[in-house]
Design a protein around this ligand. Sequence first.
Ligand code: ZN
Length: 276
Amino acid sequence: MTKVHAIRTGSVRIKLSQMAGRGRGLARAGHILIDPDWSGWVPIYAWLIEHDEGLILVDTGETARVHERGYHPRWHPFYRRASQFQVTPDDEIGAQLQKIGVRARDIRDVVITHMHTDHAGGLAHVVGSRTWLHPIEWDRAQGFLGQVQGYLPHRWPKWWNPEPLRFEPFAFGPFRERMPLTKRGDVFVVPTPGHTPGHVSVIVQGSPSIFIAGDTSYTENLLKQGIVDGVSPDEDVARQTNQRILALAREQPLVYLPSHDPQSADRLARLATLTP
Ligand SMILES: [Zn+2]
């Protein structure tokens, strides 16, 4: 029986207009920088899938190094004005896995939903695992331009060299392609562009199926309300992905788990499904 664990790697708070975008186009980013209203502290989740073929980790959470002076580029207005973190070394993915009796080196595969620091910050802990990333995300996050777009490529471990996700045609509700992570094909990656163009989610098929969402929305409620976040570069692409997730939930019972939804762990524990 496949089991999914919610692993909390600290907390973050962001502007309310990042959770729920205001305005259209480029104005949305501007709103985030001038917004005086912060969200509450919300969790930064990574997810461990305990499958009989092996252990699969989805995202690696944040690192306590975010508190080091100069860890984030200080010229970047987003880090100066629009995000705050609370992460201790004990919150990091290595220590959190140990707490549930898992050695990081026993993890077979790691899928990174997207390269924002609160999803890729724990990469240094998963030495030796096969790591999967969408090639679009890999390209977009590189170099100075990557930094401008909110990535921290200069903080990635030097040895890190992810495998590019390769999708095959496959129909699962409104989703049309996937990359299986197990031979049985009951755990797979689907493209969910929006929050970033190379964003992916992981589905653990079952009844109910579990949708490990990454940042497709900040909460289940925002998804249901059809509200796109304030950072998706193309709102229409994000909206289309979110409608696809809702359509899937209309077809079959689905537990929806965004990385920063304070209710995600509870929904997972109760297997509470999304009612679109
Ligand atoms: Zn993100």
